[in-house]
Design a protein around this ligand. Structure first.
Ligand code: NAD
Length: 282
């Protein structure tokens, strides 16, 4: 039976460490504020935004909420971002994605000052990651690195296979594993003989967006399996991209859904907000 990688426990550990750092900054007169912008009322986005606000409260970061109507224009949103970029009391700016279709997501991401880009989506942040310079790193993959490190799983020299090449998970995940000296392979929808590739993995990251697709037949005995997927099944229960019941029998360690990667994403967003103080002063 695989060891469970407990994202709930590890994310709490990280948030408690950050709470102390935030208190130390407060003692120096620095108050960290995060602007959270939501356009429209997508129910899933409302839940995510609510969780981000709660995490801010827990660690002592001020959250400044912008709840904008669905019909907000791109120009209006860009204007708000411009004001927040210029506002020294704001350390991080987060626009909850997806934005309504009439707004160009790329324009929004690119308008955020890279020094306040706590989601790590700005091309400058992505470029910095790819050439090994300091900058914000996308929260979900950064959280996965923390899950591995804090579970005592070394990455150096390991065969790491990432299934998925999205800009927010697959690609930054691959770059981070490479930065940790893993030997990295990226698989995607056009990969041939997927199982042959995934069965080489010592560390397998599934970010494929297909419920329970990765069953034991994709996994090498003793591999570490990280499940990024989040889906609701027919009984409205959460499940991942990995078929947990079959894979836990052969993996050496595995993340559950819920309680694995999910809680780490918000913990790393909080981490980025705290790092924003150093990045501003760098
Ligand atoms: P995405 O849909 O943008 O990307 C999926 C990737 O999987 C694509 O690159 C595609 O090429 C690849 N793919 C699709 N079918 C494939 C197949 N049959 N074989 C091999 N590759 C295939 O998704 P995403 O945004 O990267 O998210 C992936 C999953 O992670 C989703 O379930 C999403 O809900 C979840 N997610 C979770 C968190 C979290 O905090 N836990 C954060 C972001 C995303």
């Amino acid at each position: 039976m695989a060891e469970l990688i407990d994202g709930k426990r590890i994310s709490k550990e990280i948030k408690d460490e950050l709470k102390e750092k935030v208190a130390a900054y407060k003692a120096q007169g620095i108050e960290i504020a995060l602007a959270v912008i939501q356009v429209g009322q997508d129910p899933a986005s409302t839940v995510y935004v609510g969780n981000k606000k709660k995490a801010c409260e827990y660690i002592g970061i001020k959250s400044v909420a912008y709840e904008l109507p669905e019909e907000t224009t791109e120009e209006e949103l860009l204007e708000i971002i411009d004001q927040l970029n210029k506002d020294d009391s704001i350390y991080g700016i987060l626009v909850q994605l997806p934005v309504p279709k009439h707004i160009n997501e790329d324009h929004i991401i690119q308008a955020i000052d890279p020094k306040k880009d706590v989601d790590g989506f700005h091309p400058q942040s992505v470029g910095a990651l790819s050439i090994g310079q300091p900058g914000f790193v996308s929260c979900t993959p950064a959280g996965i690195i923390q899950l591995l490190k804090r579970s005592g799983i070394s990455i150096e020299g390991k065969e790491c296979v990432v299934i998925g090449r999205s800009n927010i998970v697959g690609k930054p995940m691959s770059l981070l594993l490479l930065r940790e000296n893993g030997t990295v392979t990226i698989c995607h929808s056009r990969t041939k003989n997927l199982k042959e590739v995934t069965k080489r993995a010592d560390i397998l990251v599934a970010a494929v967006g297909k419920p329970k697709m990765i069953d034991a037949s994709y996994v090498k005995e003793g591999a570490v399996v990280i499940d990024v997927g989040i889906h609701r099944n027919a009984e409205n229960k959460l499940c991942g991209d990995v078929d947990f019941d079959s894979v836990e029998k052969i993996a050496s360690a595995i993340t559950p859904v819920p309680g694995g990667v999910g809680p780490m994403t918000i913990a790393m967003l909080m981490n980025n907000c705290v790092e924003a103080v150093e990045i501003r002063n760098a």
